[in-house]
Design a protein around this ligand. Structure first.
Ligand code: CND
Ligand code: ZN
Ligand code: ZN
Length: 376
């Protein structure tokens, strides 16, 4: 392509300072260095983990930064030594990379590569530089992906090729929301046929957990949210009953314990609230229940509960990206969507032009949207 090897000028949403609206800026994106890939982002979703106002994940981020970790695009050019993809390939950036060499990558049961930016927030490429500048100022990277930009550069370990005919507007949700929720049910909890489940929080993540519980054959899927507007979609995707904690005087775990005669087999926290994480534990059966923490609580927050909750046999789990290993599993998930094994349309509630990204965040915060996909 004629842009290969050159600096590309394009639009990006820059977060200059903590808790400010994003600003659409003209930025410069340098060509990919060795083992790096420059991608034209075609569609990117807004996930709660990108919420710079509530700051679940990016509290310790470096600024200025380009956020975004759920997207699909097309490779524009590649750096020396790249073999995983070639220009023109459709790809999904991976916020959990796969270097293939570290302890996290070589353990078959782990999906957390030690080169992931998560929790470190270095905000730079492996060589400690950035490919983004705006008016001469360095702009940091986010979660090895930075997808709120027309062009991004990621490392080869942070990108995977998908099917040539994949509908990018939809499969961008496989970059986080769908895979995280679905995998939490099928990989982390390993929901079994006939089991009972409770899902706390019905955003893109929680609704995808419901899809996973249904595919796994759960007999009861109890959906819980303080916003009853989310119930219609939850039912459509497989929830067998919906509960709004505001409608009850008793604590929500008591309601679920009573409803299920002693607690569910699997409960999922998909909000990022430590109090609800404890509610999820208490809603699970005392000897054979498993609570799965999917939500990201504010950094530094502490989860505390009586130690005896686990003495009886309960289990507590957590995980990122639903336990999926991106390089290995994402292409198959994309093919499954193309074969209509799952329908992502129900999760994709809104489409907006990229320039309206702040409106997309407002709709996520006020509960109006599930997933907004931004188009360039
Ligand atoms: P989103 O904000 O769309 O959904 C959260 C839902 O929870 C909303 O429907 C709220 O109404 C509901 N809610 C809020 N408070 C309560 C409450 N007290 N009781 C019941 N319901 C409530 O968020 P999302 O679906 O995009 O993300 C959910 C969480 O998952 C969030 O913490 C995000 O940071 C996290 C996440 C985790 C991972 C991972 O890999 N583990 C990846 N991405 C996002
Ligand atoms: Zn690794
Ligand atoms: Zn996410």
């Amino acid at each position: 392509m004629d842009t290969a090897g050159k600096v590309i000028k394009c639009k990006a949403a820059v977060l200059w300072e903590p808790r400010q609206p994003l600003k659409i800026e003209g930025i410069e994106v340098a060509p990919p260095k060795a083992h790096e890939v420059r991608i034209k982002i075609v569609a990117t979703g807004i996930c709660r983990s990108d919420d710079h106002i509530t700051e679940g994940l990016m509290k310790n981020s470096k600024y200025p930064v380009i956020l975004g970790h759920e997207a699909a695009g097309i490779v524009e050019s590649i750096g020396d030594g790249v073999t995983a993809v070639k220009p023109g390939d459709k790809v999904i950036p991976l916020f959990l990379p796969h270097c293939g060499e570290c302890r996290g990558c070589t353990e078959p049961k782990s999906n957390l590569c030690h080169k992931a930016d998560l929790g470190k927030h270095n905000g730079l490429m492996s060589d400690n530089t950035s490919r983004f500048t705006c008016n001469g100022k360095l702009i940091h990277n986010f979660l090895n992906t930075s997808t709120f930009t027309e062009y991004t550069v990621v490392e080869e370990m942070s990108v995977v090729k998908i099917h040539d005919d994949a509908p990018l507007d939809q499969v961008c949700l496989i970059g986080c929301g769908f895979s995280t929720g679905y995998g939490s049910a099928v990989n982390l909890a390993k929901v079994e046929p006939g089991s009972t489940c409770a899902v706390f929080g019905l955003g893109g993540i929680g609704l995808s957990v419901i899809i996973g519980c249904k595919v796994a054959g759960a007999s009861r899927i109890i959906a819980i949210d303080v916003n009853s507007k989310k119930f219609e979609k939850a039912k459509l995707l497989g929830a067998t009953e919906c509960i709004n904690p505001k409608d009850y005087e008793n604590p929500i775990h008591e309601v679920i314990q009573k409803l299920t005669n002693g607690g569910v087999h699997y409960s999922f926290e998909c909000i990022g609230n430590t109090d609800i994480m404890v509610s999820a534990i208490l809603s699970s059966h005392l000897s054979c229940g498993t609570a799965v923490i999917v939500g990201v609580a504010p950094s530094g927050s502490i989860l505390s509960f009586p130690s005896r909750l686990f003495l009886t046999g309960r289990a507590l789990k957590g995980g990122l990206f639903g336990g999926f290993r991106g390089k290995e599993n994402v292409p198959q998930l994309v093919s499954d969507v193309m074969a209509e094994k799952f329908k992502l349309d129900e999760l994709l509630s809104h489409k907006l032009p990229f320039s309206e990204i702040n409106k997309g965040f407002d709709m996520l915060r006020n509960g109006e949207s599930i997933r907004t996909v931004l188009k360039f």
